[in-house]
Every structure is written in structure tokens, then in C-alpha cells.
Design a binder for this molecule. Sequence first.
Ligand SMILES: NC(=O)C1=CN([C@@H]2O[C@H](COP(=O)(O)OP(=O)(O)OC[C@H]3O[C@@H](n4cnc5c(N)ncnc54)[C@H](OP(=O)(O)O)[C@@H]3O)[C@@H](O)[C@H]2O)C=CC1
Ligand SMILES: CC(=O)N[C@@H](CCC(=O)OP(=O)(O)O)C(=O)O
Length: 340
Amino acid sequence: MTVRIAVAGASGYAGGELLRLLLGHPDVEIGAVTAGGNAGSALGEHQPHLLPLSGRVLQETTPDVLGGHDVVFLALPHGRSAEIAGQLGEDVVVIDCGADFRLVDPEAWTRYYGSPHAGTWPYGMPELPGAREPLVGARRIAVPGCYPTAASLALAPALAAGIVDHDVTVVAVSGTSGAGRAAKTTLLGSEVMGSLSAYGVGGTHRHTPEIRQNLTAAAGAPVTVSFTPVLAPLPRGILATCSARTSATGPQARAVYEQAYADEPFVHLLPAGRFPTTGAVLGSNALQLQVAVDADAQRLVVVAAVDNLTKGTAGAAVQCMNLALGLPETAGLSTIGVAP
Ligand SMILES: NC(=O)C1=CN([C@@H]2O[C@H](COP(=O)(O)OP(=O)(O)OC[C@H]3O[C@@H](n4cnc5c(N)ncnc54)[C@H](OP(=O)(O)O)[C@@H]3O)[C@@H](O)[C@H]2O)C=CC1
Ligand SMILES: CC(=O)N[C@@H](CCC(=O)OP(=O)(O)O)C(=O)O
């Protein structure tokens, strides 16, 4: 089976990572690659690491160019996906790396994104309880945000097993590629190098409702989330430290996670006492995690590392395509990182 795919937003970071993974996928043929203002230029100008595609010319992002493919990946700014997706045929598998179709609650969408809610698609995090089945055969899939991937997979098992209170804290450090490649003063090397900065503090970051949605579903009751993102001088990677009040012991907590992720190809609970690093998951579709119980503070602490561009976006998108099309879920994806 050969699947013909198109990538919209191919000059960006998420689009580039999609193409890197899809070049190694055994069942995929790469069709149209599109952009916005950079349409008309060679892909190799923007993605010099994708040598086999370097001569490809970026096309305009239009329904005509994207139509005629089996799968269309959208790696576009928020708002743009909804506009394009509405003009693609129902039979085309559309996998959106943006946020447009992630949230269920229209009020939460409007509060955090300030525009009308476009709708809700099956959510592309198969490792959450009950989330894999709706992705099988799906024709529209919303890929999760990078911070929600780390935080949700870190805390969902404890909430589903009822071993923590429904009030969680997440502090997550991210590399700068999480912000995309469009120029911003806060992303200049001179601002970022040698410095860490918190942003979106006090419940204002748009990933807060997405994390809350996932954890509330896992717990089966409302969960409050305090989320603080931190920008770090790294190109890629997220390290999330997540905690919640617990009366469980360390071995009890560990048993919950061992059971939850025993059969998951991309979520790895590390051996006791070994903590994840962003370096170990670079370029890999793995999320590595570790659990500990701070008995004095009566808190469960879960540390998770993920590559924001791989399992945090493009790898999850490819995993979802595999599920949608009935291909092996791991096709084209690796758990092997690039180190040092
Ligand atoms: N970076 C990350 O870690 C993650 C990103 N995502 C999501 O993936 C999507 C892409 O993000 P990212 O790759 O980081 O962003 P980038 O800014 O790196 O890339 C954006 C892409 O969209 C294109 N584009 C911009 N405006 C338009 C337009 N009006 N019409 C058509 N194409 C346009 C750009 O083309 P051009 O070069 O011509 O401007 C570029 O190819 C976003 O929705 C983001 O939220 C999700 C999870 C993690
Ligand atoms: C470091 C950084 O800036 N990260 C981005 C999150 C990127 C992401 O997950 O993408 P979505 O926009 O698709 O949700 C941010 O905080 O806005």
C-alpha cells in the first residue's frame, strides 16, 4: 500500500519534521509541499537537512494543490487550518498539527484563542484512556500540543487510577523550536542563550485548557491545572515536572504507571531512580518518564521528557496517520534518540 501525502506548512519547523519522518516511512509517497509567503522557493532553502527533497518547489497552500492526496498534514498557524480543512474532501485524511480542533468546549476556545470555535476532531493522543479506538479509520484528527503531550501522559495514569487529588501542578521547560520559526525578539539568540524565562504564567497559556480537558477525561471528574511554561536555550525538547497530592507509596505509584504503559510502544517508564532527559528523546517518538513519591510533602512527582517536534507534534501526527489507515502504529517512527 502506498499512501500519497501532502504537507502544508512545509517550510516551518513542524512541517520539516513531518517530512523528515515521512521520508523514512515505508508506505508513503511525498506529494505536494506548500507554504505561505515562501511559496515559489525551493524546500532546500528552508529545510537543508531534507536532501532528497531539496529541489522541490513550495507551492501555494490551496485546496486545489492539497486535494488529490490520500492524507493532508496541516502544519499551519492557528486559524488557517480550519479554513483549509473545510475545503478538503471528506474522503481525505486530514491531520492538523495546529490547535483549531483540539478543544471540546467552545467557551474555552474563545477565551484562550479569541476567535470562534471551529469544532472538535478526534484527539491524536492514543495513549490516553479510550483515545486509540476513535483514531482507527478517522478522516479528521487533531494532533495535541507539545506541552499537553508531556503533561497529559505524565499525569493521566495517576488520575485514572485515583491515586492523586484532582488538583495538579505542571512546570515544563521547552526549547525554542516550540515557538515556530517566525522571527520574534524574545527568540533571538541574545535573549535566549544563557537564560531561562517563564511565560504564560498564572493560567494564561493556551495549553492550560487542553491539559485540563485531557486530565478531566482521565479522572472522570473535573481537574484543576496550574501550568507554567519556561523557555530554555535549547533548539528542541520539553522536560515537564508534574505533581499532585497523593497518599500512595512510591511502589504503589510505580505499579500504576507500569500497568498503564506496559503495552505502549512510545511511552517508556524508566527503571526506578533514573530520570528522563531531553537529550535522550531528541528526534525520537518516545516519551520517557519517571515517577517518585515525596512522602514528606505527600506529593506524586512525575518527570517526563519529549521532543516537542517529534512525539510532541510530527511523530504523533504520523502515529495517528498509521492508526487512521490501519498501518502498523509504529511504521516510520523510532524510539531511538540522537545523543549526545
Ligand atoms: N513547533 C512545535 O513544537 C509545535 C507546533 N505545533 C503546531 O504546528 C503548526 C506549525 O507550527 P510551526 O511549524 O512551529 O510554525 P512555523 O512558523 O515554523 O511554520 C509555519 C508554516 O506555516 C506556513 N504559513 C504561515 N502562514 C501561512 C498562511 N497564511 N497560509 C499558508 N501557510 C502559512 C509557513 O510558511 P512560510 O514559511 O511561507 O511563512 C510555514 O511553513 C502550528 O499550528 C503549531 O501550533 C504543534 C505542536 C508543537
Ligand atoms: C516554546 C513555545 O513557545 N512553545 C509554544 C507551544 C507550541 C505548541 O505546542 O504548539 P501549539 O501552538 O500547536 O499548541 C508556546 O508556548 O506557544
